[in-house]
Design a protein around this ligand. Structure first.
Ligand code: ITT
Length: 197
């Protein structure tokens, strides 16, 4: 059976750990590695899909496609309904500046705490095409930070159907339902079925 290589373009080792966990569902069909020589250059845009696609187009100019190898980068965003989708494409900047406490402050007294975590994958296929794959996870913003696992916004995001935050879950539990899990499972199925060549 063919083994496919997934080369992640990310500076975030938590993403690699989670992608490995997600793709372990497919036994040893996928091998996951990070390429520290590749950089995700982010344009300013309102849509994480545009950011991911553009960043992969940049990479496709300098990287030679390889047999059975998929180069993948990911742009994520937390979209809070009551804030008109903020921070969305600015999630990384807001995390670094306002931080989780700042986001909780913005949500002080706000009744509608619904939010969606979105992942947009920019993919360079073995035949040199740039494709986009997306996944999302609906949930709500917690009243306070909870849990020690995960990374980023995990301590304040409670996925739908749960009473605990992503940070209170095991990595296996988060990787069953997260935005990343949905996007990477879709990607895996497209690769295995031969749609993404
Ligand atoms: P890259 O090097 O891959 O860009 P990053 O951590 O900067 O890594 P993004 O720009 O895609 O990732 O993510 C935007 C923000 O959302 C950033 O602050 C992340 O920490 C956060 N984030 C992404 N995925 C998350 C997840 O599964 N749980 C919690 N926060 C997440």
């Amino acid at each position: 059976m063919t083994q496919f290589k997934i080369v992640l373009v990310t500076g975030n080792v938590n993403k690699k750990r989670e992608v490995e966990t997600i793709l372990s569902e497919y036994d040893s069909t996928f091998m996951v590695e990070m390429d520290p020589t590749l950089r995700k250059v982010e344009i300013q845009a309102d849509d994480i899909a545009d950011i991911a696609r553009q960043a992969m187009l940049e990479i496709s100019r300098i990287v030679k496609p390889r047999k059975d190898t998929y180069i993948v980068l990911e742009d994520d965003g937390l979209y809070i309904d009551a804030l008109g989708g903020f921070p969305g494409p600015y999630s990384e900047y807001v995390y670094r500046t306002l931080g989780l406490d700042g986001v909780l402050k913005l949500m002080n007294g706000v009744e509608n705490r619904s939010a969606t975590f979105r992942a947009a994958l920019g993919v360079l296929t073995p035949s040199g095409k740039v494709e986009l794959v997306q996944g999302s996870c609906r949930g709500r913003i917690a009243e306070s930070k909870r849990g020690k696992g995960g990374f980023g916004y995990d301590p304040i995001f409670i996925p739908s159907g749960y009473d605990i935050t992503f940070a209170e879950m095991s990595i296996e539990e988060k990787c069953k339902i997260s935005h990343r899990a949905k996007a990477f499972r879709t990607l895996a199925d497209l690769i295995i079925s031969g749609v993404l060549k």
